[in-house]
Design a binder for this molecule. Structure first.
Ligand SMILES: [Fe+2]
Length: 163
């Protein structure tokens, strides 16, 4: 029955790995801790005014995720520069555009880009690049988020986000 539904295109073809990842992200988002004053200050010390405005537009669970990714990046690449730190903090900024909550994101991931907001969620990477360009982000940061640049930084960002 399940495979028949998939065959009819009602749900996206998610691999076992993607389903596990989806569950992990769901629960970590649901129970995301508030951002501490120290964490906020640290983010503020890295981002420009425009970049900070973008970061503030994240929902709480995306703010938490961005800090987790930054911490993991620092573990994988302790000498990473500011541009890489900005990429870690703002790599999911395009997700803010759709304004989907935790539950809606799960549904959007399962059913695919069926509505305007779900479609924008599925195109969050391209939307994020546009937001970062409009905010005047450095070319190095934008290139990294397009998958272009220092291979070590790209690998560290990918590993840091692979939660
Ligand atoms: Fe992420």
């Amino acid at each position: 029955m399940h495979s028949r539904i998939r065959g009819q295109g009602w749900v996206a073809n998610l691999s076992k790995f993607q389903l596990i990842h989806l569950c992990k992200r769901f629960f970590s988002s649901l129970f995301a801790r508030d951002i501490s004053v120290e964490e906020f200050s640290r983010v503020h010390s890295i981002l420009s005014v425009n970049e900070m405005d973008l970061w503030k537009s994240y929902q709480k669970f995306d703010k938490r995720h961005s800090i987790v990714v930054l911490n993991r990046l620092n573990a994988f690449m302790p000498h990473a520069g500011r541009e890489v730190h900005v990429a870690a903090l703002l790599h999911d900024i395009g997700k803010s555009d759709s304004r989907l909550g935790v539950f809606s994101r799960v549904i959007a991931t399962i059913v695919g880009p069926r509505t305007g907001r779900f479609s924008r969620y599925h195109h969050h990477e391209e939307i994020g690049i546009e937001l970062l360009e409009a905010a005047g982000c450095s070319e190095v940061t934008i290139s990294l988020l397009k998958g272009i640049g220092d291979p070590q930084a790209l690998a560290a960002l990918s590993d840091a986000d692979n939660i």
